[in-house]
Design a protein around this ligand. Structure first.
Ligand code: HEM
Length: 429
C-alpha cells in the first residue's frame, strides 16, 4: 500500500532501513529480492538467460503488449526481435528522431492553453506518440491519427488498476473497465491488422517503415511473422516508447522547473547556444547542462525502478545468498541511485554532478542493463533532451506546485501524481 501511495519514498525508505540487499514479500509477485550495489546489479544483468528470465518476469505486461513481443518473451523469438529492432535505434537515427521531436513539440506547444493551468503529461503523451507513429509507420495523416487515437485509448483502458492487475476477467462477463479494455483492444488490433494487410497487398518500394520491414522479414525460424507477433511488436514500439519517454520527461520538467537555479542555467545555456535563432538539431550537442539535467532526473526519478528477473533454476547467488528457483530478483534502481557512496548528497537534484563525466558501471540503471537493457536507451535520452530544450525555450512555462510531486503508479511505471500541472502564458513583447 505504501508503494502505491508514494513509490519513491517507500523504495528509498526501505533502502535506507535495510541496505543494499533485502527481501520483500509482495502479494501477487511472491518473494522479491531487491539489490542496489553495483556488484549485485552486475551479477543480475549479466546472468545467462537460462538462469534468470526477464520476459516471463514481466508477465504482468501481457495485458498491454501480449505474449509475443520481445518485452514479454524469452528465448530465440526474443533474441531475433532484439537483433531486428536494435538497428532502428542506432546512433545514426538519433538526429532524425530529434528533428521529429523538435517539430512535434513546437507544433503542439502552439496549441496549448494560455489562460489556465493544465496537466503536461497528456500533452507530452500526444507528442511522443506522434513522433513514434511518424518515425515507424510512415502512414498518411488520417491513418497516423487513427492509430494514435486508438493506441492512447487502449493504453488508458489497460492501465485501469482493476484491469491491469486482474486482466483475466472472463470475456463473456466483462463489464465496466474490462469491457472498455476489450473494446479498445479490438479496435486497435483491427486497425493494425488492416494496416498490415494494406502493406501486404500494396507493398512499398522501400522498407524504411517498420510494418514493411517486419512483413518482409524471415522470422526466427525462417517463416514470416504471424499477425499476433506483428501486433505485439508494433504495440511495444509505439506504446512503451511513448509512455516511457512521456513520464521520464514529465519528471525531468518537474525537477528542472522546481529548481530555479537549474531552470535559469538550462535556459541561459539554450539562449547562449541558439543566439536568438530557432532551435535546431545542430544546437543540441552543445547543451551539456541540459543533458546533465536529463541524466540527473533519470537518476532521481527512474520510471521503472524495479528491473525484474525470475530465477529459473538453482545456482544463482547474489550478495552471497543462493536464491531458489521461482523467486524474483530485482535491480533496485531507486536504491542504486540513492547510495551515498556513489552519489554524494544523493537526494538532491544536482545536474552539475554529471558535467564532464558519465556514470560508473552498474550505478545508473534507468534503462536496466545487460542483454535485456532497453533497446532504445541512447535514442530515448536524446529525444528527451530535444523535447526538454524545446519546452524550456518557452520562458513562461512554469510549474504550478513549488516542489516536485510525489509519484503514483500507472501500470508498472511511476508518474508524477498530478500529471505535472503547468502554466504557459504567452510572452509579453
Ligand atoms: C526514457 C525512456 C525509457 C525508459 C526509462 C525505458 C526503460 C526501460 C527498462 C527499465 C527496460 C527493462 C530493461 C531490463 O530489464 O534490463 C526497458 C526495456 C525495453 N524498452 Fe525501454 N525505456 C525507455 C524508452 C524506450 C523506447 C523509446 C522504446 C521503443 C520505442 C523502448 C523499448 C523497450 C523494449 C522493446 C524493451 C525490452 C528489451 C528486451 O527485453 O530485450 N524503450 N526499457
Amino acid at each position: 500500500m505504501r508503494f502505491l501511495r508514494d513509490p519513491y519514498a517507500m523504495l528509498a525508505g526501505q533502502h535506507a532501513r535495510f541496505g543494499d540487499t533485502f527481501t520483500l514479500r509482495v502479494v501477487g509477485v511472491g518473494t522479491l529480492v531487491m539489490v542496489s550495489d553495483p556488484e549485485g546489479i552486475r551479477d543480475i544483468v549479466t546472468a545467462p538467460p537460462d538462469v534468470l528470465a526477464a520476459g516471463r518476469a514481466r508477465g504482468i505486461l501481457d495485458v498491454i503488449y501480449g505474449t509475443r513481443s520481445l518485452l514479454t518473451l524469452d528465448g530465440g523469438g526474443q533474441a531475433w526481435q532484439r537483433r531486428f529492432l536494435m538497428p532502428l535505434f542506432h546512433r545514426s537515427h538519433i538526429a532524425h528522431g530529434q528533428q521529429l521531436a523538435l517539430e512535434a513539440t513546437r507544433e503542439a506547444m502552439a496549441t496549448w492553453p494560455a489562460d489556465r493551468p493544465f496537466p503536461l503529461v497528456p500533452r507530452l503523451m500526444s507528442i511522443t506518440t506522434d513522433i513514434l507513429v511518424q518515425k515507424f509507420l510512415k502512414a498518411d495523416r488520417h491513418t497516423s491519427l487513427r492509430v494514435k487515437e486508438l493506441l492512447l485509448a487502449f493504453i488508458e483502458a489497460a492501465h485501469q488498476p482493476l484491469v491491469f492487475h486482474l486482466p483475466q476477467f472472463p470475456p463473456a462477463l466483462a463489464v465496466g473497465p474490462w469491457r472498455r479494455y476489450g473494446r479498445t483492444r479490438d479496435r486497435l488490433d483491427t486497425c493494425l491488422r488492416e494496416l498490415c494487410a494494406t502493406r501486404r497487398t500494396s507493398p512499398r518500394t522501400t522498407d524504411d517503415d517498420l510494418v514493411t520491414a517486419l512483413l518482409r522479414a524471415d522470422g526466427p525460424n525462417g517463416a514470416p511473422l504471424d499477425d499476433e507477433t506483428l501486433r505485439d511488436i508494433l504495440v511495444v514500439v509505439l506504446g512503451s516508447g511513448a509512455e516511457t519517454v512521456t513520464y521520464s520527461l514529465a519528471w525531468a520538467m518537474e525537477a528542472v522547473l522546481a529548481h530555479q537555479e537549474a531552470a535559469d542555467r538550462a535556459r541561459a545555456e539554450l539562449r547562449h547556444v541558439t543566439e536568438g535563432s530557432p532551435l535546431t538539431v545542430d544546437h543540441l550537442p552543445r547543451l551539456p547542462y541540459l543533458m546533465a539535467a536529463v541524466t540527473e532526473a533519470l537518476r532521481l526519478y527512474p520510471i521503472n525502478p524495479i528491473v525484474l528477473r525470475r530465477v529459473l533454476g538453482p545456482g544463482f547467488t547474489v550478495a552471497g545468498f543462493p536464491l531458489p528457483a521461482g523467486v524474483h530478483v530485482a535491480v533496485n534502481g531507486c536504491g542504486a541511485h540513492r547510495r551515498a557512496v556513489t552519489y554524494p548528497d544523493p537526494c538532491r537534484f544536482r545536474p552539475e554532478r554529471w558535467l564532464g563525466k558519465g556514470p560508473a558501471p552498474y550505478t545508473w540503471v534507468p534503462f536496466g542493463g545487460g542483454a535485456r537493457k532497453c533497446i532504445a536507451a541512447h535514442f530515448a535520452v536524446h529525444e528527451l533532451q530535444a523535447m526538454a530544450a524545446s519546452l524550456l525555450l518557452e520562458e513562461n512555462l512554469r510549474l504550478v506546485s513549488p516542489a516536485v510531486s510525489p509519484g503514483r503508479l500507472v501500470g508498472d511505471m511511476i508518474v508524477p501524481s498530478e500529471g505535472t500541472i503547468v502554466t504557459c502564458t504567452p510572452r509579453t513583447p
